[in-house]
Design a protein around this ligand. Structure first.
Ligand SMILES: C[S@@+](CC[C@H](N)C(=O)[O-])C[C@H]1O[C@@H](n2cnc3c(N)ncnc32)[C@H](O)[C@@H]1O
Length: 268
């Protein structure tokens, strides 16, 4: 795993009203605050956190920068997914077993930008999200806060709880509480997972920030010790199994596959 050090990322803001917040974020992350600027004016560092009136974003610097990454549960792709995503007949819903029961307690141990967790919550699950990267956690916490203030989805957002922690440490603490979560969901970073240009650009930013999750194999056995019913691993179609462990069965979704490791049949 490569996590960016403080000097490879910095914080900027666009308006004087956000200086205090930007300085606080820089302090929290242990990285420089560069003042009022836009990402295209800078060439270094490679990535900046922008504090804007519309929320916190992660942006590449320079002229050929990809679109900044910001978590948005309220509009755009996730709003579309919430309204027209196919409900419990989606592969991801079947993968966690929502075709067998109304609701599940899900531990999403690699939360990222929270998209999968949001889908679980939209389908009625209670979800605990773990994210170890301070920067990704910051983006996600900001997106959750904005969404909690939106009347249309505030109820859904109340089903999501985010923690900034490494899943390996969390699993260790939980090991005596086996069965607290029905499902453990894992989606570690893997190279070359998407084909669309926009997603590739987003992955480029993410890989600059995080590298690949090279320790991901270690999560599977610990997750299996904790999950009451199953561990579900999201993988690109051609990726090897996590920890080289063949799953009980697989389901194929639009952008990848789900490897399902069953501990026990789901009781409805
Ligand atoms: C591919 S992204 C997950 C995307 C997510 N499923 C979504 O829908 O947005 C993987 C994320 O897992 C995080 N991660 C990887 N290993 C972790 C661990 N051991 N504990 C907590 N977070 C981890 C990475 O920092 C990264 O943000």
């Amino acid at each position: 795993m490569h996590q960016m050090s403080g000097s490879e990322i910095a914080v900027i803001c666009h308006e004087s009203g956000f200086v205090h917040q930007a300085e606080q974020i820089a302090k929290l992350l242990g990285c420089p605050y560069l003042g009022l600027a836009t990402p295209s004016q800078l060439t270094e560092p490679a990535l900046v956190i922008e504090v804007t009136a519309a929320g916190i974003a992660l942006a590449e610097t320079g002229k050929k920068a990809a679109n900044p990454i910001k978590v948005d549960f309220v509009t755009g792709a996730l709003a579309h997914r919430r309204k027209y995503g196919g409900g419990k007949s989606q592969a991801i819903a079947k993968a966690i077993g929502l075709n067998k029961t109304k609701t599940l307690q899900v531990l999403d141990a690699t939360a990222g930008l929270g998209r999968d967790a949001f889908v679980f919550a939209c389908l009625g699950c209670q979800v605990t999200l773990l994210e170890r990267s301070k920067v990704v956690h910051l983006l996600l916490a900001d997106g959750l806060k904005r969404a909690e203030a939106d009347l249309e989805i505030a109820n859904i957002m109340s089903q999501l709880q985010l923690l900034q922690v490494d899943a390996k440490d969390y699993f260790q603490k939980l090991s005596h509480l086996t069965g607290q979560y029905d499902i453990v969901f894992l989606d570690p970073m893997f190279p070359h997972r998407e084909k669309s240009a926009e997603v590739k650009k987003e992955m480029r930013i993410f890989q600059k920030l995080l590298g690949h999750d090279l320790d991901a194999d270690q999560l599977l056995e610990a997750a299996l010790d904790i999950a009451k019913y199953r561990v579900v691993v999201k993988r690109p179609k051609l990726a090897p199994h996590l920890a080289d462990k063949p799953p009980t069965y697989q389901l194929t979704g639009k952008s990848g596959r789900f490897d399902i490791y069953v501990n026990k049949a789901i009781e409805s």
